[in-house]
Design a protein around this ligand. Structure first.
Ligand code: SAH
Length: 387
């Protein structure tokens, strides 16, 4: 999958370039190839991402002949919205179908002064973290840049953000949906650049957050090309436990991950910035006082704030939500050690939109989904026998 034009092996036809995923500069190149001025690239960028126009014919500051020529090589292709559900707390979840037939999920979380969109970067995920529903679906493929930025377009459009006076808006984007964003590096970076571009969505770098489970070489590379906010998914304070919960830890252990996050911050011009440490709390797995103290020690040299996430259950999960007593104890220990600690409130759980519950409909290529389904069926049979 790519954003550039491709030749179909079956029909020999050339698929048109999807203009949705191109940067202003790539669009400029395209116009130059058509013998036109580069600034037309910026014009079309604004039409698509600020006015929400996908029909080339409506782009009235391009001449009719130019629009006709452009239409022979390019078009704006959006992912298809299959369904959209609203939670009682205002959270909205979309099921979005991509080319090839698989579906991803996307969530919007409104708060008093902001609206955060949780965007997916892959169909499924290859990392297979023990406590995450997405991992159980297996993996199909990376999203294209158009499919990533298309999610922002879809949400903005559904809130009427492209016309003045919208009451709900996308003010923040977190790359915390399905997938590991650093495993789809180029497309994610290009899509985040569109989120930041003043001629597209114009979000500030503080309001776009990339979350990673620790693909260290890619994180080091990210610091050279981007300065968005960083969240790191730790979930355990030592390698023995983290190896079990987050298998990629066996390749890039905790110390390497934290040092890489530190290097990321060091590359930022603004030395007041902090990494967000995500820690999903599971009952009697990683929620003891010793774990909190060990975590405090581990993070001593890293400018950070800690976000505690009570585990959200999903069918067939091997873990239970942390108790309130253990959650408060964990928070208080870190707080007493001098850390800023927040607890992520569970939003949209009535529509399975909470963290770690996004499953989509993945045409899995890894057979992991089949194994998961067999296990689920077994558990259900046991429940029926027991009942
Ligand atoms: N692969 C990236 C991006 C996905 S974000 C990463 O790991 O950071 C996924 C976040 O959702 C993780 O930080 C984790 O904290 C959270 N999460 C995953 N499964 C969860 C679950 N069942 N309950 C609560 N949070 C979960």
């Amino acid at each position: 999958m790519s954003d550039e034009s491709t030749v179909s092996l079956e029909t020999g036809q050339v698929a048109k370039v999807n203009l949705l995923g191109l940067s202003g500069s790539r669009l400029g190149d395209l116009f130059e190839e058509l013998g036109e001025k580069r600034f037309r690239g910026t014009q079309i960028l604004k039409w698509i991402h600020q006015m929400g126009t996908c029909d080339l014919d409506e782009m009235s500051n391009l001449s009719k002949p130019l629009r006709t020529r452009l239409a022979t090589i390019g078009e704006v292709r959006l992912p298809e919205v299959v369904s959209c559900q609203d939670s009682v707390d205002g959270t909205r979840k979309w099921l979005i179908r991509l080319e090839g037939g698989s579906c991803i999920e996307m969530v919007y979380i409104p708060e008093r002064d902001r609206g955060t969109l949780c965007v997916s970067s892959q169909i499924g995920c290859a990392l297979d973290c023990a406590f995450c529903a997405t991992g159980k679906q297996g993996f199909n493929r990376d999203l294209t840049t158009a499919e990533i930025i298309g999610q922002v377009w879809i949400a903005a459009n559904s809130f009427g953000q492209f016309v003045p006076g919208a009451t709900r808006r996308v003010t923040n984007v977190v790359m915390m949906g399905m997938g590991e964003p650093l495993m789809n590096f180029d497309h994610v970076v290009d899509a985040m650049n569109l989120m930041l571009d003043d001629n597209a969505y114009g979000l500030s770098k503080r309001r776009v957050t990339l979350s990673t489970a620790g693909v260290v070489p890619a994180l080091d590379k990210l610091g050279d090309v981007s300065d968005v906010s960083l969240a790191i998914s730790l979930h355990a304070p030592n390698d023995a436990l983290r190896n079990q919960l987050v298998p990629i830890n066996r390749k890039y252990p905790l110390r390497e991950f934290i040092d890489s996050a530190r290097r990321y911050l060091d590359k930022m011009p603004d030395n007041r910035r902090k990494v967000t440490v995500e820690y999903t709390l599971m009952d009697r797995v990683n929620d003891r006082s010793e774990h909190a103290r060990e975590l405090a020690e581990l993070l001593r040299e890293l400018p950070c704030k800690i976000n505690l996430i009570p585990f959200n259950p999903f069918p067939g999960a091997d873990f239970k939500r942390v108790t309130n007593t253990a959650l408060n104890r964990f928070r208080d220990i870190l707080h007493d050690e001098g850390y800023t600690v927040t607890v992520r409130t569970t939003r949209g759980d009535d529509i399975a939109a909470a963290c770690g519950q996004l499953a989509g409909e993945v045409n899995d290529k890894t057979r992991r989904q089949a194994r998961y389904k067999r296990r689920l069926e077994k558990q259900q049979v046991i429940k029926m026998i027991e009942a």
